[in-house]
Design a protein around this ligand. Structure first.
Ligand SMILES: NC(=O)c1ccc[n+]([C@@H]2O[C@H](COP(=O)([O-])OP(=O)(O)OC[C@H]3O[C@@H](n4cnc5c(N)ncnc54)[C@H](O)[C@@H]3O)[C@@H](O)[C@H]2O)c1
Length: 447
């Protein structure tokens, strides 16, 4: 097993991060496993990324896909053709009720706003869950899911497949060799959203006829009801809308900030400050820059550790690039800056040490790749552990989502009390840690 992914390193992370108590670490070590030799699986949200998740999970020789759910009949049909005999549902609540005793696990690959409701219902039924990133749409939901996962003792994994890539493993090996010395700042950035999905736009006027193949009311689910608009929300383009998605940061930080939290074992941030535009009432802005401060630890200088998130094409500042001997840098990445140099963790390419002249003699390690989906299936069947369980996933998601809260208060520093899950003396910001619940769709764990 790669050193980056062993259970031990997760426990090391959690101990370093202070994110979990020793008792909860012990509970995490004694996960409830599936008793049968095969995993009876159900897919919820089986178009888009959910289609990939379904194909990856069903490729495991000990998985039987027995049920599928999607609010879009076309996506459901397409998945059903690949899973003969699976029972089909348009409503995940019906699936969970009717399949009680028939299924061991689910994957949840719906838009972000439905992750918590479905995942919490599955956890309450003792099902193993693979949930897409971000784990939830709000901080309060992330905390509720983490608590529930811990209590249920089932096997969980968030869909950050880059966490299991050779690229991140190679970067971790370089990091642990301490070439760059103690770290004082981290830069994380993405080219989203421009060219991917709309942000900085208002709510479209009017309404279009709902296609006969789509159950719009169930697509809306826990969010406030609104009229259907063609090619606006479903599919994929819901991401920038605050009621459904988490914007560029929520979408990409779980991939790109992952090395920062994981390699450095960062605990709860001390404070967060946005210096970008304030979102409008409807969508996240076209770009953002959010500064975080984290407590120092053994991997950092005396601190606090500074982490900056940028999206919308904002990248590492040019003076830093120049200092590192670089003219340009990749479109998505995580750059650790230490006393002796810098390390790039690139989810889609090889890691790099800068300045190149200084580190040219160091051979890049071959990272070890694992199958993120199979790792979860294997753990459900009693073999090994997952590398992105919900306890870690909730922490990573929360850090990303705190950035979204900060966007609403440009140029104000928000002090965070991680123990309480509240800002310090900012009840106005606390209000944004959750979301109003739609009547009839209330989530008990959040009330
Ligand atoms: N890990 C990755 O690299 C990666 C990549 C893309 C998307 N994602 C994540 O996957 C999730 C889905 O994103 P997407 O791009 O596939 O979105 P999408 O809109 O393309 O697909 C969502 C699917 O879920 C279905 N769906 C919607 N609401 C549902 C409900 N209430 N019950 C059942 N099915 C429902 C839709 O019909 C569709 O089939 C998001 O959380 C996203 O962040 C992860």
């Amino acid at each position: 097993m790669s050193p980056s992914l062993s259970r031990r390193s997760f426990l090391e992370f959690t101990a370093a991060a202070g994110g979990l108590s020793l008792a909860s670490c012990a509970a995490a070590q004694s996960r409830r496993r599936t008793s049968g030799a095969r995993l009876r699986h159900a897919g919820i949200g089986v178009g888009g990324m959910g289609s990939t998740d379904l194909d990856q999970i069903r490729a495991h020789a000990q998985v039987d896909v027995v049920a599928l759910c999607d609010v879009d009949e076309n996506n459901l049909r397409s998945a059903a053709e690949r899973c003969p005999g699976a029972r089909l549902y348009r409503d995940w609540r019906e699936l969970l009720d009717k399949e009680r005793g028939n299924i061991d696990s689910v994957h949840v690959s719906t838009p972000d706003h439905m992750h918590a409701a479905i995942t919490l219902a599955a956890l309450a039924r003792g099902l193993h869950v693979y949930c897409q990133k971000p784990l939830t749409r709000t901080v309060n939901e992330a905390r509720a899911v983490s608590r529930s996962a811990r209590e249920s003792g089932v096997v969980t994994q968030m869909g950050i497949q880059n966490h299991s890539n050779a690229a991140y493993d190679a970067a971790l090996q370089l990091f642990r060799a301490r070439h760059i010395g103690r770290v004082h700042e981290v830069h994380v950035w993405t080219d989203r959203p421009a060219g991917w999905w709309p942000q900085g736009v208002g709510r479209p006027e009017g309404q279009d006829e709902v296609p006969a193949t789509l159950d719009w009311d169930k697509w809306i689910g826990v969010a406030p009801l609104r009229p259907f608009k063609k090619d606006t929300y479903h599919a994929f383009r819901w991401r920038g809308f605050k009621d459904f998605g988490t914007g560029a940061q929520g979408d990409m930080a779980c991939h790109l900030m992952d090395p920062a939290l994981w390699f450095l074992g960062l605990s709860d941030p001390l404070r967060v400050r946005s210096v970008g535009p304030r979102p409008n009432d409807e969508t996240y802005p076209l770009w953002s820059t959010v500064h975080y401060e984290f407590p120092a630890n053994d991997w950092t200088t005396r601190g606090p550790l500074l982490l900056t998130w940028r999206d919308g094409g904002k990248k590492v500042p040019s003076d830093l690039l120049k200092e590192l001997g670089l003219e340009q840098i990749v479109d998505n990445g995580c750059l650790f800056v230490g006393e002796e140099g810098a390390l790039l963790a690139d989810p889609y390419g090889k890691p790099a040490l800068y300045p190149a002249e200084k580190f040219g003699h160091i051979a890049l390690p071959e990272g070890v790749a694992r199958n993120h989906w199979f790792e979860w299936v294997e753990a459900c069947l009693g073999r090994g552990e997952t590398s992105a369980p919900f306890e870690y996933a909730a922490h990573l998601t929360e850090v990303a989502l705190l950035g979204n809260v900060a966007l609403r208060f440009p140029h104000e520093t928000l002090d965070w009390n991680g123990g309480k899950g509240r800002f310090i003396a900012r009840p106005d910001a606390d209000l944004l840690l959750g979301a109003p619940q739609r009547t009839g769709w209330e989530i008990a764990e959040l009330s």
